[in-house]
Write a protein that binds this ligand. Structure first.
Ligand code: URA
Length: 472
């Protein structure tokens, strides 16, 4: 049995030299005990004199890269695992490409974990200014607790990045000092380091890049795992920022300049009157709608979906917004919700070609998920901006009755969607004074998971449409 003692500093080089000697002397993995650092001092087994050998060694470059990462892992078996694979590679070179081999798989995973830890160190070391009076160069110090033995292999990054200052990074295993050259020494306990102005800077920076409306605590913790928080000045802000994010997002939304100020009203009225004059014909209306940039929804949608039906229709049905099918076909209520709607119209004796069918919002709002485009509810600002088009359609068609299908249409037509289910089945004046019959949106029925409830709600929807059919 051979015992190989590896140092805490220069570990990779030492492992490489010893592994080379052992392979060349054909010493099999089971005859070697690898020890490292303090453990190396405590253990004693067998001989330290390695045998001499003349065996030819082959080592692929990809193994060297793998070893130069995995060797810094905290797994106590890392040296043995690497030697084991190196031993096999002497007779089976292709094994390194066999991702299903448990040794290769394990070492590859370890290499990845080390890479990630190195990256975290480059991102999360926070230097404090410890410059004394009269020092030639500014001096900084930092404390960092890595998950693996990565202070040594990460030191060159800091030397390049902070080459114009003197610095020292303390870690539990190794201390890295730089004064133009890197010096490595034993690790230490956490030293007392002064708070300094850069801490405030970090906190201010962090606060300013934090968008409460985009808060994703899981993603945030994946990027900045909790174990690093205690040594990051800005991380002390995180719990409070998470707790108050919702309130701050609401305040931000309330402050957002989505509506024109009151003094702009006469200017906008004049502008809109001119725009309307230029939309006397249906073609002009459609051309203008195609160029709509009133809100950002046009950017991702395929096209705006205008209302459809005779301009002297007595009933105008208003839905929420085009769905995936409507966005592609350019026509309202053509997809699954359209089928429920059509069935409801048919049983109420309403001929679709005789009514005008439109939406409160003309562009499809969605979130991409793989190949799918998932419907998203339009927000108040989008509903408000699109009301201009809906009002224009109402003005042109002058229906005797409006049928509001669901919360978005009710909000757009009456100004509020509050207590929708209580208001369902009732008639209220629209913002322009036209009687508006309130009912649910066909998608509401589609989404009900329980078939019995779906059947009941379909029947109620049909009743609503029959009722509406008597009112115009
Ligand atoms: N849902 C709506 O509100 N409108 C459509 O046109 C399609 C689905």
């Amino acid at each position: 049995m051979y015992t190989v003692q590896l140092p805490t500093i220069g570990t990779y080089q030492a492992w490489r030299d010893k592994a080379r000697a052992l392979i060349s002397a054909s010493v099999p993995p089971e005859e070697i005990l690898w020890t490292h650092g303090a453990q190396a001092d405590d253990l004693f087994a067998g001989s330290n004199d390695l045998p001499e050998g003349g065996r030819h060694i082959t080592v692929a470059k990809s193994f060297i890269s793998l070893a130069n990462l995995a060797v810094w892992h905290s797994d106590p078996q890392r040296f043995a695992r690497l030697y084991d694979l190196l031993w096999i590679l002497q007779t089976d070179k292709a094994r390194l490409n066999d991702k299903a081999d448990p040794r290769v798989e394990r070492l590859t995973k370890m290499a990845k974990e080390v890479s990630r830890d190195k990256h975290k160190m480059t991102a999360f070391v926070r230097f404090r200014d410890i410059s004394g009076p009269g020092a030639n160069r500014r001096q900084f110090a930092a404390w960092f607790e890595p998950s693996h033995f990565i202070a040594e292999p990460t030191a060159p990054f800091f030397a390049t990045r902070f080459g114009d200052m003197d610095w020292i990074i303390y870690t539990p295993d190794v201390t890295v000092q730089f004064d133009g050259q890197i010096t490595l020494s034993e690790g230490t306990e956490k030293p007392p380091l002064p708070e300094d102005a850069t801490e405030d800077l970090w906190r201010t920076y962090f606060r300013s890049i934090f968008n409460p409306a985009r808060l994703k605590p899981k993603a945030m913790q994946a990027e900045m795992p909790k174990k690093y928080w205690k040594n990051l000045p800005e991380a002390q802000l995180i719990p409070d920022m998470i707790a108050t994010a919702e309130k701050r997002a609401r305040e931000m939304a309330a402050k957002a300049p989505t509506l024109a100020p009151a003094r702009a009203a006469p200017i906008l009225d004049r502008l809109h009157a001119q725009q309307k004059e230029r939309m006397a014909t249906q073609d002009q209306f459609l051309t203008a709608l195609n160029g709509c940039r009133r809100c950002p929804l046009w950017e991702n949608a395929t096209q705006p979906v205008p209302g459809e039906g005779p301009l002297d229709a007595r009933l105008m049905c208003v839905g929420e917004q085009p769905g995936d099918t409507e966005d592609l076909t350019g026509r309202p209520f053509m997809g699954p919700a359209g089928q429920i709607f059509d069935a409801g119209l048919a049983q109420a004796g309403i001929q679709r070609p005789q009514i005008y069918v439109t939406n409160a919002v003309k562009h499809f709002k969605f979130k991409p998920r793989g190949k799918q485009r998932l419907h998203q509810n339009p927000d108040s600002s989008e509903i408000h901006h699109c009301k201009w088009w809906l009002d224009l359609e109402i003005e042109r068609v002058k229906p005797a009755l409006l049928l509001a299908l669901g919360g978005t249409a009710v909000q757009s037509l009456t100004g509020s969607r509050k207590d929708l289910l209580k208001r369902r089945g009732g008639v209220e004046p629209s913002t322009s004074g036209i009687p508006t019959f309130i009912t649910v949106h066909p998608s509401y029925i589609l989404r009900l998971p329980d078939p019995t409830q779906r059947a009941e709600e379909t029947e109620r929807f049909h009743q609503d449409l029959r009722h509406a059919a008597q009112l115009y």
